[in-house]
Design a protein around this ligand. Structure first.
Ligand code: FE2
Length: 279
């Protein structure tokens, strides 16, 4: 296969011209993809054009996938979730939460390892609906030595309720109840991975710091998030139909740039389960 590999700036690797049959059938591919993902944070397979069966098969080759029998999830391939701001108000409220920088699964025992996203229908307004990424490994590495010492033992409360109230001051009682159903979780601020690399665990779900008053903790976390996601540290992916983007959820923050509810934008997502608690 005539594959071109380009380093993206400031993070990520683009793979153009990949052959779908080889990706699905060559048993060396999953190991190569996972190690390139660990190294790059984000992999962009340009205009690969996978269908649901191929996306599910490829995702399963990378690890155990999250499967659900719920609204929005494919009946035929229960590991495929359809991200669309459709007429469903509940889904719309949830999707708007993805416009803020976050790491998936921060209130879970073990956050997911990776996400495999394919672009199916795009918003035609320029820049709308881009997906953006910032490395939390690089964010940790940029801290001063004094900060690395001071942050080593800090713990962060991640709360969907606090996040929801902050992002939706006029939100409905029903949506607030949904956010409240997920109990807050205390996580270390610095994640020391099994590889020995360290990353920051921040984002919109990070509500406050254990032992600080709420306003002080929120201001501390807002500053850290701002410093971690400055434009020069962000890769912003402008989608083409058929693109497949994979990101390492353990080491990058991500967000979607806002898009109109009636844009028709549709993405199909698979989630690879994590195997490493934050510690
Ligand atoms: Fe997400």
């Amino acid at each position: 296969m005539d594959v071109t590999v380009n380093k993206l700036s400031p993070l990520g690797t683009e793979i153009a011209g990949a052959d779908v049959e080889t990706l699905l059938n060559d048993e060396r591919i999953p190991g190569k993809v996972l190690s390139l993902l660990e190294e790059s944070g984000v992999l962009v397979f340009s205009q690969l054009g996978l269908d649901d069966a191929q996306q599910a098969a490829f995702s399963r080759s990378l690890g155990e996938t999250v499967k659900k029998d719920q609204k929005g999830w494919s009946k035929e391939f229960p590991d495929i979730f359809n991200i669309a701001m459709d007429a469903d108000r509940k889904a719309g409220a949830y999707m708007k939460g993805t416009f803020a920088w976050h790491i998936d699964g921060m209130t879970l025992e073990i956050p997911s390892k990776a996400t495999v996203l394919t672009g199916r229908v795009l918003s035609d307004a320029p820049g709308e609906g881009n997906t953006e990424f910032a490395s939390t490994y690089a964010a940790y590495d940029r801290l001063s030595d004094e900060e690395k010492d001071r942050f080593a033992d800090l713990k962060v409360w991640h709360s969907l309720e606090v996040t929801y109230k902050r992002d939706n001051p006029n939100g409905s009682v029903e949506d607030l109840a949904r956010a409240r159903a997920e109990p807050p979780k205390l996580q270390p601020l610095v994640w020391t991975h099994h590889t020995g690399r360290k990353s920051l665990v921040i984002g919109t779900t990070a509500a406050t710091i254990e032992g600080m008053d709420d306003d002080e903790g929120a201001a501390f976390l807002a500053d850290l998030l701002e410093r971690s996601t400055r434009p020069e540290y962000v890769y912003s992916h402008t989608w083409s139909v058929g693109d497949m983007v994979i990101w390492d959820n353990r080491g990058v923050l991500h967000r979607a740039l806002p898009y109109a509810e009636d844009s028709g934008r549709e993405m199909h997502r698979c989630t690879i389960m994590g195997d490493e608690p934050i510690q």
